[in-house]
Design a protein around this ligand. Structure first.
Ligand code: HEM
Ligand code: HEM
Length: 314
Protein backbone atom coordinates (compact mmCIF):
# COMPACT_ATOMS: atom_id res chain seq x y z
CA UNK A 1 0.00 0.00 0.00
CA UNK A 2 2.77 2.51 1.03
CA UNK A 3 4.73 1.47 -2.08
CA UNK A 4 1.72 2.32 -4.27
CA UNK A 5 1.41 5.75 -2.60
CA UNK A 6 5.14 6.39 -3.07
CA UNK A 7 4.85 5.41 -6.77
CA UNK A 8 1.96 7.81 -7.39
CA UNK A 9 3.67 10.65 -5.44
CA UNK A 10 6.86 10.22 -7.49
CA UNK A 11 4.82 10.11 -10.72
CA UNK A 12 2.75 13.19 -9.81
CA UNK A 13 5.78 15.38 -8.95
CA UNK A 14 7.39 14.38 -12.28
CA UNK A 15 4.39 15.28 -14.45
CA UNK A 16 5.34 18.93 -15.20
CA UNK A 17 9.01 18.14 -15.99
CA UNK A 18 7.80 15.16 -18.10
CA UNK A 19 5.71 17.54 -20.25
CA UNK A 20 8.69 19.87 -20.65
CA UNK A 21 10.88 16.89 -21.64
CA UNK A 22 8.33 15.86 -24.31
CA UNK A 23 8.18 19.46 -25.63
CA UNK A 24 12.01 19.43 -25.74
CA UNK A 25 11.93 16.19 -27.75
CA UNK A 26 9.54 17.76 -30.28
CA UNK A 27 11.60 20.97 -30.65
CA UNK A 28 14.83 18.93 -31.02
CA UNK A 29 13.24 16.72 -33.71
CA UNK A 30 12.23 19.91 -35.59
CA UNK A 31 15.84 21.14 -35.16
CA UNK A 32 17.11 17.89 -36.68
CA UNK A 33 14.67 18.22 -39.60
CA UNK A 34 15.86 21.79 -40.24
CA UNK A 35 19.51 20.72 -39.96
CA UNK A 36 18.92 17.87 -42.41
CA UNK A 37 17.25 20.32 -44.83
CA UNK A 38 20.22 22.68 -44.40
CA UNK A 39 22.62 19.90 -45.45
CA UNK A 40 20.35 18.47 -48.17
CA UNK A 41 19.95 21.88 -49.84
CA UNK A 42 23.67 22.65 -49.48
CA UNK A 43 22.83 25.71 -47.34
CA UNK A 44 25.38 25.07 -44.56
CA UNK A 45 27.44 28.16 -45.47
CA UNK A 46 24.50 30.56 -45.88
CA UNK A 47 26.11 32.55 -43.06
CA UNK A 48 29.88 32.27 -42.70
CA UNK A 49 29.83 33.60 -39.13
CA UNK A 50 28.70 32.25 -35.76
CA UNK A 51 27.08 32.70 -33.22
CA UNK A 52 25.46 35.63 -35.12
CA UNK A 53 24.26 35.28 -38.72
CA UNK A 54 25.81 37.99 -40.96
CA UNK A 55 26.54 39.80 -37.70
CA UNK A 56 22.83 39.99 -36.80
CA UNK A 57 20.35 38.18 -34.57
CA UNK A 58 17.65 38.23 -37.24
CA UNK A 59 19.09 39.02 -40.70
CA UNK A 60 16.63 39.97 -43.46
CA UNK A 61 18.04 37.22 -45.74
CA UNK A 62 16.73 34.60 -43.26
CA UNK A 63 13.20 35.24 -44.50
CA UNK A 64 13.92 36.37 -48.06
CA UNK A 65 16.26 33.55 -49.22
CA UNK A 66 15.85 29.78 -48.89
CA UNK A 67 19.43 28.95 -47.79
CA UNK A 68 19.24 31.75 -45.19
CA UNK A 69 15.86 30.48 -44.01
CA UNK A 70 17.01 26.85 -43.54
CA UNK A 71 20.28 27.68 -41.81
CA UNK A 72 19.10 30.57 -39.61
CA UNK A 73 15.88 28.93 -38.45
CA UNK A 74 17.90 25.77 -37.74
CA UNK A 75 20.05 27.88 -35.40
CA UNK A 76 16.96 29.45 -33.77
CA UNK A 77 15.29 26.05 -33.21
CA UNK A 78 18.57 24.74 -31.74
CA UNK A 79 18.76 27.72 -29.34
CA UNK A 80 15.16 27.08 -28.18
CA UNK A 81 15.94 23.39 -27.56
CA UNK A 82 19.08 24.42 -25.63
CA UNK A 83 17.13 26.84 -23.40
CA UNK A 84 14.51 24.16 -22.70
CA UNK A 85 17.25 21.67 -21.76
CA UNK A 86 18.75 24.21 -19.34
CA UNK A 87 15.32 24.96 -17.81
CA UNK A 88 14.60 21.25 -17.31
CA UNK A 89 17.96 20.55 -15.66
CA UNK A 90 17.47 23.53 -13.27
CA UNK A 91 13.87 22.47 -12.50
CA UNK A 92 14.85 18.89 -11.65
CA UNK A 93 17.94 20.01 -9.73
CA UNK A 94 16.42 22.73 -7.54
CA UNK A 95 13.01 21.01 -7.24
CA UNK A 96 14.84 17.81 -6.23
CA UNK A 97 12.49 15.92 -8.56
CA UNK A 98 13.05 12.28 -9.56
CA UNK A 99 16.00 10.07 -8.76
CA UNK A 100 19.61 11.31 -8.82
CA UNK A 101 20.04 9.48 -12.15
CA UNK A 102 17.45 11.57 -14.00
CA UNK A 103 18.97 14.81 -12.66
CA UNK A 104 22.41 13.73 -13.87
CA UNK A 105 20.97 12.70 -17.25
CA UNK A 106 19.31 16.12 -17.58
CA UNK A 107 22.64 17.92 -17.01
CA UNK A 108 24.29 15.49 -19.44
CA UNK A 109 21.60 16.35 -22.07
CA UNK A 110 22.23 20.07 -21.47
CA UNK A 111 26.00 19.60 -22.00
CA UNK A 112 25.39 17.53 -25.16
CA UNK A 113 23.22 20.20 -26.79
CA UNK A 114 25.76 22.89 -25.87
CA UNK A 115 28.54 20.78 -27.39
CA UNK A 116 26.35 20.22 -30.45
CA UNK A 117 26.00 23.98 -30.95
CA UNK A 118 29.77 24.49 -30.55
CA UNK A 119 30.55 21.70 -33.08
CA UNK A 120 27.99 23.20 -35.54
CA UNK A 121 29.45 26.71 -35.09
CA UNK A 122 33.07 25.52 -35.34
CA UNK A 123 32.15 23.74 -38.58
CA UNK A 124 30.75 26.98 -40.01
CA UNK A 125 33.83 29.00 -39.00
CA UNK A 126 36.04 26.40 -40.75
CA UNK A 127 33.99 26.06 -43.97
CA UNK A 128 32.33 22.76 -42.95
CA UNK A 129 35.12 20.16 -42.83
CA UNK A 130 33.74 16.59 -42.95
CA UNK A 131 34.96 15.86 -39.42
CA UNK A 132 32.73 18.50 -37.78
CA UNK A 133 29.74 17.78 -40.07
CA UNK A 134 29.90 14.01 -39.38
CA UNK A 135 30.29 14.62 -35.63
CA UNK A 136 27.41 17.14 -35.69
CA UNK A 137 25.07 14.75 -37.58
CA UNK A 138 25.83 11.82 -35.26
CA UNK A 139 25.79 13.80 -32.01
CA UNK A 140 22.35 15.18 -32.93
CA UNK A 141 20.87 11.68 -32.70
CA UNK A 142 22.65 10.89 -29.44
CA UNK A 143 21.36 14.18 -27.97
CA UNK A 144 17.80 13.32 -29.00
CA UNK A 145 18.15 9.80 -27.55
CA UNK A 146 19.41 11.32 -24.24
CA UNK A 147 16.36 13.60 -24.13
CA UNK A 148 14.12 10.55 -24.73
CA UNK A 149 15.85 8.77 -21.86
CA UNK A 150 15.14 11.77 -19.59
CA UNK A 151 11.45 11.81 -20.64
CA UNK A 152 11.21 8.06 -20.04
CA UNK A 153 12.62 8.38 -16.50
CA UNK A 154 10.00 11.04 -15.73
CA UNK A 155 7.08 9.09 -17.25
CA UNK A 156 4.28 7.26 -15.43
CA UNK A 157 5.34 4.13 -17.35
CA UNK A 158 8.80 4.24 -15.73
CA UNK A 159 7.37 4.66 -12.23
CA UNK A 160 4.79 1.92 -12.70
CA UNK A 161 7.12 -0.72 -14.21
CA UNK A 162 7.92 -3.59 -11.87
CA UNK A 163 10.39 -6.34 -12.83
CA UNK A 164 8.80 -9.61 -13.92
CA UNK A 165 9.42 -12.17 -11.18
CA UNK A 166 9.61 -14.99 -13.76
CA UNK A 167 12.47 -13.40 -15.74
CA UNK A 168 16.11 -13.51 -14.60
CA UNK A 169 17.48 -9.99 -13.84
CA UNK A 170 19.64 -8.64 -16.66
CA UNK A 171 17.93 -10.66 -19.42
CA UNK A 172 18.33 -9.10 -22.86
CA UNK A 173 20.26 -6.03 -21.68
CA UNK A 174 23.46 -6.72 -23.66
CA UNK A 175 21.46 -7.54 -26.80
CA UNK A 176 19.65 -4.19 -26.55
CA UNK A 177 22.90 -2.26 -26.13
CA UNK A 178 24.42 -4.11 -29.09
CA UNK A 179 21.42 -3.23 -31.30
CA UNK A 180 21.71 0.42 -30.21
CA UNK A 181 25.46 0.45 -30.92
CA UNK A 182 24.91 -0.98 -34.43
CA UNK A 183 22.29 1.68 -35.12
CA UNK A 184 24.69 4.45 -34.07
CA UNK A 185 27.37 2.89 -36.33
CA UNK A 186 24.82 2.97 -39.17
CA UNK A 187 24.31 6.72 -38.56
CA UNK A 188 28.07 7.36 -38.58
CA UNK A 189 28.37 5.52 -41.93
CA UNK A 190 25.39 7.47 -43.36
CA UNK A 191 26.92 10.75 -42.16
CA UNK A 192 30.33 9.92 -43.70
CA UNK A 193 28.58 9.03 -46.98
CA UNK A 194 26.60 12.26 -46.86
CA UNK A 195 29.41 14.65 -46.03
CA UNK A 196 32.29 13.09 -48.03
CA UNK A 197 30.23 11.61 -50.91
CA UNK A 198 32.43 8.49 -50.61
CA UNK A 199 30.92 5.54 -52.57
CA UNK A 200 32.75 3.17 -50.21
CA UNK A 201 30.99 4.63 -47.13
CA UNK A 202 27.69 4.72 -49.03
CA UNK A 203 27.71 1.02 -49.97
CA UNK A 204 28.94 0.02 -46.51
CA UNK A 205 25.96 1.97 -45.12
CA UNK A 206 23.59 0.15 -47.51
CA UNK A 207 25.00 -3.31 -46.65
CA UNK A 208 25.10 -2.58 -42.93
CA UNK A 209 21.38 -1.69 -43.03
CA UNK A 210 20.57 -5.38 -43.42
CA UNK A 211 22.89 -6.36 -40.56
CA UNK A 212 21.21 -3.72 -38.36
CA UNK A 213 17.80 -5.02 -39.40
CA UNK A 214 18.66 -8.63 -38.46
CA UNK A 215 20.14 -7.61 -35.08
CA UNK A 216 17.19 -5.31 -34.28
CA UNK A 217 14.76 -8.10 -35.22
CA UNK A 218 16.54 -10.58 -32.91
CA UNK A 219 16.65 -8.01 -30.06
CA UNK A 220 12.97 -7.06 -30.40
CA UNK A 221 11.88 -10.72 -30.75
CA UNK A 222 13.82 -11.51 -27.60
CA UNK A 223 12.22 -8.57 -25.75
CA UNK A 224 8.71 -9.65 -26.77
CA UNK A 225 9.43 -13.33 -26.06
CA UNK A 226 10.75 -12.75 -22.53
CA UNK A 227 9.14 -9.46 -21.52
CA UNK A 228 6.04 -9.30 -23.72
CA UNK A 229 3.84 -9.05 -20.60
CA UNK A 230 5.49 -5.75 -19.57
CA UNK A 231 3.28 -2.86 -20.78
CA UNK A 232 5.07 -0.78 -23.42
CA UNK A 233 7.38 -3.52 -24.77
CA UNK A 234 5.06 -4.86 -27.53
CA UNK A 235 4.16 -1.41 -28.87
CA UNK A 236 7.80 -0.22 -28.90
CA UNK A 237 8.97 -3.33 -30.75
CA UNK A 238 6.20 -3.03 -33.35
CA UNK A 239 7.20 0.59 -34.09
CA UNK A 240 10.90 -0.30 -34.33
CA UNK A 241 10.40 -3.14 -36.82
CA UNK A 242 7.84 -1.19 -38.90
CA UNK A 243 9.93 2.02 -39.04
CA UNK A 244 13.08 0.08 -39.86
CA UNK A 245 11.44 -1.61 -42.85
CA UNK A 246 10.15 1.79 -44.00
CA UNK A 247 13.62 3.31 -43.51
CA UNK A 248 15.30 0.64 -45.65
CA UNK A 249 12.73 1.15 -48.44
CA UNK A 250 13.19 4.94 -48.19
CA UNK A 251 16.99 4.43 -48.35
CA UNK A 252 16.61 3.06 -51.92
CA UNK A 253 14.54 6.12 -52.89
CA UNK A 254 17.29 8.31 -51.39
CA UNK A 255 19.89 6.48 -53.51
CA UNK A 256 17.78 7.13 -56.61
CA UNK A 257 17.07 10.84 -56.03
CA UNK A 258 20.26 12.17 -54.40
CA UNK A 259 22.63 14.37 -56.37
CA UNK A 260 25.61 12.17 -57.40
CA UNK A 261 27.81 15.25 -56.83
CA UNK A 262 26.81 15.23 -53.13
CA UNK A 263 25.92 18.35 -51.12
CA UNK A 264 26.27 21.47 -53.26
CA UNK A 265 24.49 24.85 -53.03
CA UNK A 266 22.69 23.99 -56.33
CA UNK A 267 20.65 21.38 -54.43
CA UNK A 268 18.41 24.18 -53.12
CA UNK A 269 16.78 24.16 -56.60
CA UNK A 270 15.52 20.61 -55.92
CA UNK A 271 13.40 20.75 -52.80
CA UNK A 272 11.61 17.41 -53.46
CA UNK A 273 14.75 15.23 -53.22
CA UNK A 274 15.99 17.38 -50.30
CA UNK A 275 12.76 16.68 -48.39
CA UNK A 276 12.93 12.92 -49.09
CA UNK A 277 16.56 12.68 -47.93
CA UNK A 278 15.79 14.78 -44.83
CA UNK A 279 12.96 12.37 -43.92
CA UNK A 280 15.51 9.54 -44.05
CA UNK A 281 17.67 11.47 -41.55
CA UNK A 282 14.70 12.21 -39.25
CA UNK A 283 13.45 8.59 -39.31
CA UNK A 284 17.03 7.52 -38.49
CA UNK A 285 16.86 9.80 -35.42
CA UNK A 286 13.44 8.43 -34.40
CA UNK A 287 14.74 4.86 -34.68
CA UNK A 288 17.67 5.75 -32.41
CA UNK A 289 15.17 7.20 -29.90
CA UNK A 290 12.92 4.13 -29.99
CA UNK A 291 15.74 1.60 -29.64
CA UNK A 292 17.30 3.66 -26.79
CA UNK A 293 13.88 3.81 -25.05
CA UNK A 294 13.36 0.07 -25.50
CA UNK A 295 16.82 -0.58 -24.05
CA UNK A 296 16.01 1.68 -21.05
CA UNK A 297 12.66 -0.09 -20.57
CA UNK A 298 14.28 -3.55 -20.71
CA UNK A 299 16.79 -2.36 -18.10
CA UNK A 300 13.97 -1.09 -15.89
CA UNK A 301 11.89 -4.27 -16.26
CA UNK A 302 14.81 -6.58 -15.46
CA UNK A 303 16.40 -4.69 -12.57
CA UNK A 304 17.50 -6.52 -9.45
CA UNK A 305 14.88 -6.42 -6.71
CA UNK A 306 15.66 -3.51 -4.33
CA UNK A 307 15.49 -4.54 -0.67
CA UNK A 308 14.47 -0.99 0.32
CA UNK A 309 11.49 0.34 -1.71
CA UNK A 310 11.84 3.76 -0.02
CA UNK A 311 15.32 4.25 -1.53
CA UNK A 312 14.19 3.04 -4.92
CA UNK A 313 11.34 5.55 -5.04
CA UNK A 314 13.28 8.46 -3.53
C1 HEM B 1 23.36 27.06 -32.89
C2 HEM B 1 24.04 25.97 -33.03
C3 HEM B 1 24.10 25.20 -34.34
C4 HEM B 1 24.71 25.55 -35.51
C5 HEM B 1 25.51 26.82 -35.78
C6 HEM B 1 24.46 24.48 -36.45
C7 HEM B 1 24.91 24.48 -37.76
C8 HEM B 1 24.65 23.51 -38.68
C9 HEM B 1 25.11 23.51 -40.05
C10 HEM B 1 25.97 24.60 -40.69
C11 HEM B 1 24.67 22.38 -40.65
C12 HEM B 1 24.96 21.91 -42.08
C13 HEM B 1 26.22 21.05 -42.02
C14 HEM B 1 26.69 20.56 -43.36
O1 HEM B 1 25.94 20.53 -44.32
O2 HEM B 1 27.87 20.14 -43.43
C15 HEM B 1 23.90 21.66 -39.67
C16 HEM B 1 23.29 20.46 -39.89
C17 HEM B 1 22.63 19.73 -38.92
N1 HEM B 1 22.42 20.11 -37.61
FE1 HEM B 1 23.05 21.81 -36.72
N2 HEM B 1 23.73 23.50 -35.84
C18 HEM B 1 23.49 23.90 -34.54
C19 HEM B 1 22.82 23.20 -33.58
C20 HEM B 1 22.23 21.96 -33.77
C21 HEM B 1 21.53 21.20 -32.77
C22 HEM B 1 21.34 21.62 -31.31
C23 HEM B 1 21.10 20.05 -33.38
C24 HEM B 1 20.32 18.89 -32.81
C25 HEM B 1 20.39 18.45 -31.60
C26 HEM B 1 21.54 20.08 -34.74
C27 HEM B 1 21.31 19.08 -35.67
C28 HEM B 1 21.73 19.10 -36.97
C29 HEM B 1 21.49 18.03 -37.92
C30 HEM B 1 20.76 16.72 -37.64
C31 HEM B 1 22.05 18.42 -39.12
C32 HEM B 1 22.02 17.64 -40.43
C33 HEM B 1 23.16 16.68 -40.50
C34 HEM B 1 23.03 15.81 -41.71
O3 HEM B 1 21.95 15.75 -42.29
O4 HEM B 1 24.01 15.20 -42.10
N3 HEM B 1 22.22 21.25 -34.95
N4 HEM B 1 23.90 22.36 -38.47
C1 HEM C 1 18.70 0.57 -40.73
C2 HEM C 1 18.39 1.29 -41.75
C3 HEM C 1 18.95 2.67 -42.01
C4 HEM C 1 19.18 3.70 -41.13
C5 HEM C 1 18.92 3.73 -39.62
C6 HEM C 1 19.74 4.80 -41.89
C7 HEM C 1 20.09 6.04 -41.38
C8 HEM C 1 20.69 7.05 -42.09
C9 HEM C 1 21.08 8.31 -41.53
C10 HEM C 1 20.83 8.72 -40.08
C11 HEM C 1 21.67 9.04 -42.51
C12 HEM C 1 22.24 10.45 -42.38
C13 HEM C 1 23.34 10.51 -41.40
C14 HEM C 1 23.71 11.94 -41.09
O1 HEM C 1 24.12 12.67 -41.99
O2 HEM C 1 23.57 12.34 -39.93
C15 HEM C 1 21.65 8.24 -43.73
C16 HEM C 1 22.16 8.64 -44.95
C17 HEM C 1 21.99 7.92 -46.11
N1 HEM C 1 21.36 6.69 -46.24
FE1 HEM C 1 20.59 5.56 -44.75
N2 HEM C 1 19.84 4.41 -43.21
C18 HEM C 1 19.37 3.12 -43.33
C19 HEM C 1 19.29 2.37 -44.47
C20 HEM C 1 19.63 2.81 -45.72
C21 HEM C 1 19.51 2.04 -46.94
C22 HEM C 1 18.98 0.60 -47.03
C23 HEM C 1 19.95 2.84 -47.97
C24 HEM C 1 20.04 2.57 -49.44
C25 HEM C 1 19.57 1.54 -50.07
C26 HEM C 1 20.36 4.11 -47.41
C27 HEM C 1 20.89 5.18 -48.11
C28 HEM C 1 21.39 6.32 -47.57
C29 HEM C 1 22.08 7.35 -48.33
C30 HEM C 1 22.32 7.33 -49.84
C31 HEM C 1 22.46 8.35 -47.42
C32 HEM C 1 23.21 9.64 -47.75
C33 HEM C 1 22.26 10.67 -48.29
C34 HEM C 1 22.96 11.85 -48.88
O3 HEM C 1 23.91 11.68 -49.62
O4 HEM C 1 22.56 12.98 -48.61
N3 HEM C 1 20.15 4.06 -46.04
N4 HEM C 1 21.03 7.03 -43.44
Amino acid sequence: MSTTIAVSTAAASSRGPFRLAVAMLIVTTITILKGALTTSTGSGMAYPDWPLSDGQVMPESSYTTLPGFFEHFHRLAASSAGLMALALALWLHFGRIGQALVRRTAWCGGCLILLQGVVGGTGVLNNLPAVTSVTHGTLAQLTLATFAWIAYQLSDRYHATVPLATVAPGTGRKLMLFALGMLVAQTVLGAVARHTNSPHAMWTHVGNAFVVFVIATIATAFAVGRLGAVPGIPVLTRWIVGLMMGQIALGFVVLAVRNPAGKTPDNVQHLGPAAVISMHVVIGALLTVLVATLAAHVYRATRLPDPSPARELE
